[in-house]
Ligand binder design. Sequence first.
Ligand SMILES: [Zn+2]
Length: 128
Amino acid sequence: MKTLDRSPNGLEKYRNLLISKRSELTSSLRAKLETLAAPDNAAPEDLAPVYHDQFVALQLNHFDSMQLKMVDSALDRMDGGKYGLCADCGESISGKRLEAIPWAVRCVSCQERRIPARESPQWVELVA
Ligand SMILES: [Zn+2]
């Protein structure tokens, strides 16, 4: 397997992936916060679905903000020269994995050792 090019040039495309993910997340968070404002003139009985929407929006926000945190910390690791190194074994994370999940903290084998693959992969990436 080709090892990850960790030079500034080699990392540039992952940085771009992270930055575009970051702006996607911040604008979606902003859009959701705007929908959170309950209408002033709603009758109390009309508010139940609004509260439900708020609840759903908050859950989604939680998911987005967690992902945002992962993206930010990946950018931090990049600045600190640690990007692309597995947090557990210190080996290079494969470029293919980083293209799919540019905020990945661990290599595939360490990730699988931690959390059985049968669990939701997307969620697993977020909480890992
Ligand atoms: Zn590892």
